[in-house]
Design a protein around this ligand. Structure first.
Ligand SMILES: NC(=O)c1ccc[n+]([C@@H]2O[C@H](COP(=O)([O-])OP(=O)(O)OC[C@H]3O[C@@H](n4cnc5c(N)ncnc54)[C@H](O)[C@@H]3O)[C@@H](O)[C@H]2O)c1
Length: 349
C-alpha cells in the first residue's frame, strides 16, 4: 500500500480511536448538524463519548428521505449565516446517509466549503454512505440529482449508535454489506453466507471489514470514473424502485429498494455474463431467511421513467454488473428488452 493511500485510510476512525478524535475536536470550533431523531437518540451519546462536542453549536433538520431537498439545504445555509459560522469551523454530521448527504452538501457549498466530519449513526451509513464524499439532494423527482464529491475530513465509526436503530433500518444497512461481499471475492461472499443472524452482521469486525472495503474502492477512484462504479451494483434498478415507491403508499427504505435492485441486476448478470444461478439463489435465500424480505410486484412501466432519467445513464441504461463474486463488470450497456426479461424471471422465480 502506498503512503498516500495509507494516510487516507487513516481518515476512518473507529471506536478504538475515540480519544484521538476527541483531542482533535477540542482544537476546533464545532457545529453539529443532526436530524430530529438523531438529535434525540445520538447527539447525547456522541457528546458523552466525545466530550469536546459539549460546547458545539447545533442545527437540527427534519429526518427522512422526503426532506432530502433544496428546502432543507436552504434551512442549513440560513442557520449557518444566523450562527455567523466562519470558514475555519468544523461541521459534525451526526446521522444516517440522508443527513450526511444533505449536510455535507450544505457544508461543502457554504462559503465555498467548510470542512466536515461524518459520525454515521445507521449501519448503512457506517459501511457506505458516510465514506467516499458523495453528497447531495433529490431534485425534480430524481434521486441524488444535485450533488458533489467532497470527502469528509474524518469518518468516525462506532457501533454504539446502532443500539437505538430500529430493526428495519438495520436490515436496510445489511443489504449494502451483502453487496460489498458480492463485489469483493468468492471467498468473502461465502463467508457472508455464514452470517445467519442480524446481530452477526452488526459486530465490530464485520462493520470494519465492510467500511474498509468501501474506503479501498473509493481510494482507487475518488472521482467515480472507473472501479468505484462497481458500487452501483443494484442501484440503477434499485434507485428506480426507491423513487417509484415514494410515489406509492408502500415507501421503501433505501436498502430495501437496493435489495430488489440487486436481485434483478444479478438476473441481468446471468443473462449477459452467465453469472452462476447458485449465487442468485444464495442471495435470495439470505434476503428471505435472514432479512425476512418478501417479493414485491415490480413493473417495467413504473421503473422506466426513472431508469432513463438516472444520472448514471445517457440514452442507454448503463449498469454495474458482475460475472461472479469479485468479477466486476462496470459500464455494461443494458437494453430495455433485457430489463423486461429479467423482470419476468424475477416474477416467475
Ligand atoms: N453518499 C453515499 O455514498 C450514499 C451511499 C448509500 C446511500 N446513500 C443515501 O443514504 C440515504 C439512506 O441513509 P440511511 O439508511 O442511513 O437512512 P436515514 O439517514 O434516512 O436514517 C433513517 C432513519 O433513522 C433515523 N436514525 C438514524 N440513526 C439513528 C439511530 N442511531 N437511532 C435511531 N434512529 C436513527 C433517522 O433519523 C431516520 O429517521 C439515502 O438517501 C441514500 O441515497 C448515500
Amino acid at each position: 500500500m502506498c503512503i498516500l493511500t495509507y494516510l487516507k485510510m487513516m481518515n476512518l476512525f473507529f471506536t478504538k480511536n475515540t480519544l484521538e478524535l476527541d483531542t482533535y475536536l477540542a482544537t476546533k470550533k464545532c457545529v453539529i448538524i443532526a436530524d430530529a431523531r438523531t438529535n434525540g437518540f445520538c447527539v447525547p451519546v456522541a457528546k458523552k463519548i466525545l466530550p469536546a462536542l459539549q460546547q458545539a453549536q447545533l442545527i437540527v433538520i427534519p429526518a427522512g428521505e422526503e426532506n432530502k431537498n433544496l428546502d432543507t439545504v436552504h434551512f442549513i445555509w440560513e442557520q449557518l449565516c444566523l450562527l455567523q459560522i466562519k470558514k475555519n469551523s468544523l461541521i459534525i454530521n451526526i446521522g444516517g446517509g440522508c443527513l450526511s448527504d444533505i449536510a455535507s452538501f450544505a457544508a461543502s457549498t457554504y462559503k465555498r466549503g467548510l470542512e466536515f466530519i461524518n459520525i454515521p449513526t445507521t449501519l448503512l451509513s457506517m459501511v457506505d454512505a458516510s465514506i467516499g464524499g458523495k453528497n447531495g439532494i433529490n431534485f425534480n423527482g430524481i434521486k441524488n440529482c444535485i450533488g458533489l464529491i467532497i470527502p469528509a475530513k474524518k469518518v468516525y465509526i462506532n457501533p454504539i449508535f446502532i443500539n437505538s436503530l430500529p430493526e428495519r433500518e438495520i436490515k436496510s444497512g445489511i443489504v449494502e454489506m451483502v453487496k460489498h461481499s458480492l463485489l469483493s471475492s468468492q471467498s468473502d461472499w461465502q463467508k457472508a453466507l455464514h452470517n445467519n443472524h442480524i446481530q452477526q452482521w452488526c459486530n465490530m469486525d464485520n462493520i470494519t471489514i465492510a467500511s474498509q472495503f468501501k474506503n479501498s474502492i473509493v481510494l482507487q477512484d475518488e472521482l467515480d470514473e472507473g472501479i468505484r462504479q462497481s458500487l452501483n451494483l443494484g442501484h440503477s434498478i434499485g434507485h428506480a424502485i426507491e423513487s417509484y415507491s415514494h410515489e406509492s403508499k408502500n415507501v421503501l427504505l433505501h436498502g430495501e429498494a437496493i435489495y430488489y435492485g440487486i436481485w434483478i441486476e444479478l438476473l441481468l448478470s446471468r443473462i449477459i455474463y452467465n453469472l452462476d444461478t447458485t449465487i442468485i439463489n444464495q442471495f435470495k435465500h439470505l434476503g428471505e431467511e435472514v432479512l425476512g424480505y418478501r417479493k414485491i410486484a415490480i413493473e417495467l412501466k413504473n421503473l422506466l421513467p426513472y431508469l432513463l432519467a438516472d444520472k448514471k445513464n445517457s440514452d442507454t441504461i448503463n449498469m454495474s454488473l458482475i460475472a461472479a463474486p469479485g468479477q466486476l463488470k462496470i459500464k455494461t450497456t443494458v437494453s430495455v428488452e433485457q430489463v423486461q426479461i429479467a423482470l419476468e424471471e424475477y416474477g416467475n422465480n
